[in-house]
Design a protein around this ligand. Structure first.
Ligand SMILES: Cc1ncc(COP(=O)(O)O)c(C=O)c1O
Length: 387
């Protein structure tokens, strides 16, 4: 048999998705892969039922159904203050996952360098490799996950084509302040670099933190390729609806990549999701309140058990420090945690470029009774996981 492509040789399968399979194998409460166990908004589901009997079963326009793009442009302007043309500045994709890949393929050539903050959402490394790009990692330093502007500028001096910015950030929960975004924007303009943002948690931010859009900063609209999705905002991770927003010359390229990768996102699901894009401010306020309550419940529960952890400013992940347990491998720790304690977690090492082995990631996008069950199980962690 001929040799297979070596394109994927340098990375494994997704550790996040693998931990879901391991959790399921041991019947663990799965707090590894970030998806809710509560229902999406009723209005969206009601519309989905109607759509089943309407005429939305063939391909939509490849770059997204007209009414979806129009509703999205309206919502985006409402929150970011930026008016966009739904025809020439949006491509609807199969989740932010495809959006990020299409953005990377549209902006970079093989051999180009791309700056990535570490810790990072694990897809970015694979995206870069699949595009033939070379990641330049810049640390976000625990426990505050701040960055050193001089270290960042050092990376910009290496002539990167783009920088990937996850804001709010998975896994560390950092919400970049406007000042921090301005430092990054200043460097992007000085060194003529694109910023590819992943803003899937734009509506999950804890007061007093606020989300600022990179594209809204002066001079940044033309060099920002914004990726986001409906997965987290409307609790529909399985629907695979995401998008890229960028100026027309970039979107022209993204349309081509997207067309040949997937043709389009699912037409009936786009149609049903318009009900969500049309929600008023009340929906987003209630979403914040819901996640603020879950964050409180879960973090205070971890405190009661005596676990040291991060205090996320946004998104719904918490990094728990496991250094006191004396394990050499956090992957080993997570496998045993699923097996012995019955809670699924992701080894922190899968997010860090640095040889970091002291964190596991748990998420709290679950019903309160699921979170309470997980906390009850975690109560025995010191007895069951001690060495
Ligand atoms: C930072 C980040 N980006 C993208 C995704 C995937 O988003 P989507 O479901 O839209 O592909 C996730 C999912 O956990 C994520 O945490």
């Amino acid at each position: 048999m001929p040799a297979l492509s070596n394109r994927t040789d340098s990375f494994t399968d997704s550790v996040i998705r693998r931990m879901t399979r391991i959790s399921n194998e041991y019947g663990a409460v799965n707090l590894s892969q970030g998806f809710p166990d509560f229902e999406p908004p009723r209005e969206i589901l009601t519309r989905l039922v109607e759509v089943a009997n309407e005429d939305y079963h063939q391909y939509s326009v490849t770059w997204g159904a007209q009414n979806f793009r129009e509703a999205l442009a309206k919502k985006y302007e409402h929150f970011s203050g930026i008016a966009i043309d739904p025809d020439s500045e949006i491509v609807v994709t199969c989740g932010s996952t495809e959006a990020m890949m299409a953005a990377m393929m549209s902006v970079t050539n093989p051999g180009d360098k791309v700056i990535v903050f570490s810790p990072f959402y694990e897809n970015y490394g694979a995206d870069a490799v699949l595009c033939g790009a070379e990641p330049l990692y810049v640390p976000l330093v625990p426990p505050e996950f701040g960055f050193d502007p001089n270290v960042l500028e050092e990376a910009f001096r290496q002539k990167p084509k783009a920088m990937i910015l996850c804001n709010p950030s998975n896994p560390c929960g950092k919400v970049f302040t406007k000042d921090e975004l301005e430092i990054i924007a200043g460097l992007a303009k000085k060194y003529d670099v694109f910023i590819i943002t992943d803003e899937v948690y734009e509506h999950i931010v804890y007061a007093p933190n606020v989300h600022s859009y990179m594209a809204a900063l002066p001079g940044m609209r033309e060099r920002t390729v914004q990726c986001s999705s409906l997965s987290k905002t409307y609790s529909i991770t399985g629907w695979r609806l995401g998008y890229v927003i960028a100026p027309p010359d970039i979107i022209d390229r993204v349309k081509k990549v997207h067309d040949f990768l997937t043709v389009g996102a699912a037409a009936p699901l786009q149609e049903a999701a318009v009900a969500g894009l049309d929600f008023g401010d009340d929906y987003y306020k209630a979403l914040q309140e819901k996640y603020t309550e879950k964050r409180e419940l879960f973090l205070r529960g971890l405190d009661d058990i005596g676990l040291v952890h991060t205090e996320p400013q946004g998104a719904y992940y918490v990094l728990v420090d496991i250094s006191g347990f004396g394990y050499e491998s956090d992957l080993d720790f997570c496998t045993r945690l699923a097996q012995k304690v019955g809670v699924g977690a992701v080894p922190g090492s899968s997010f860090f470029k640095e040889p970091e082995n002291r964190f596991i990631r748990l998420h709290f996008a679950k019903r309160n009774d699921t979170l309470n069950e997980a906390l009850e199980r975690l109560d025995s962690i010191k007895i069951k996981m001690g060495k």
